[in-house]
Design a protein around this ligand. Structure first.
Ligand code: PRP
Length: 210
């Protein structure tokens, strides 16, 4: 007997695009389109159960097997390094991880660089690879304020359109890595629900080629 496939979707605009891809791939679940505050939806015909979670939590659900598959940003995968398989680049939610600072900022290599970020691990690895000594300041949001108030010299953050930086008189100094949404799978689900997971990955990759 076929088992229910549990899918963690990132709540928000990206998640809706992602659901449409799954629907086209043959895993529809019409009840998800009803406008209500429910978080879990299932379809016993297509044997799929979707749930909306905070985008940054998708990888945890998948790593621990509460979800068999899900869609997470490459930023989260690089930051938390969850033990999951990365199956596909969905070419959605594209942005980049970048170092930004005030326009007049000049790096003085003699001094420890103060870096404000939500992405501590990414920032640490990036500067370690450059042999640069840094002081990490972990913040949870509104990172752009840090250099303005001289809490930090630079920030490491996501840049999409660049509007947030511009409106706060900051600019990109270096791009660390391009980011996009990835289809990820739990490692044991990938073995035990291989047929369903492979089908989804194949159908979605056909959509991406078209
Ligand atoms: C991200 C990021 C920037 C902004 C960049 O924040 O931290 O603040 O988007 O986008 P832009 O280049 O198009 O202006 P997000 O909106 O995800 O919220 P957060 O502060 O909670 O991370």
């Amino acid at each position: 007997m076929k088992k229910m496939l549990n899918v963690a979707l990132p709540k928000g605009r990206l998640g809706e695009k992602v659901y449409n891809m799954f629907e086209k791939a043959g895993f529809e679940c019409p009840s998800i389109k009803e406008n209500n505050r429910k978080l879990i939806f299932e379809n016993e015909e297509t044997m799929v159960r979707y749930f909306w979670v905070k985008p940054s939590d998708v990888a945890i659900y998948v790593e621990r097997g509460a979800a068999d598959i899900g869609v997470a940003g490459k930023d989260i995968l690089l930051e938390y390094e969850p033990e999951v398989y990365e199956l596909l680049d969905l070419d959605l939610g594209k942005c980049r991880m970048a170092v930004a600072a005030k326009k007049d900022f000049r790096d003085n290599p003699q001094k420890t660089l103060r870096v404000a970020t939500k992405f501590t691990n990414i920032a640490q690895q990036y500067y370690m690879s450059k042999g640069r000594d840094i002081d990490i300041i972990h913040l949870n949001g509104s990172i752009e304020i840090a250099p303005i108030l001289d809490l930090s010299d630079v920030i490491v953050d996501i840049v999409e359109t660049g509007t947030t930086l511009k409106e706060n008189n900051l600019e990109v100094f270096e791009t660390i890595v391009p980011i996009s949404a990835r289809l990820i799978a739990n490692k044991s689900s990938y073995i035990f629900k291989n047929e369903q997971i492979t089908k989804i990955a194949e159908e979605i990759s056909k959509q991406l080629e078209a």
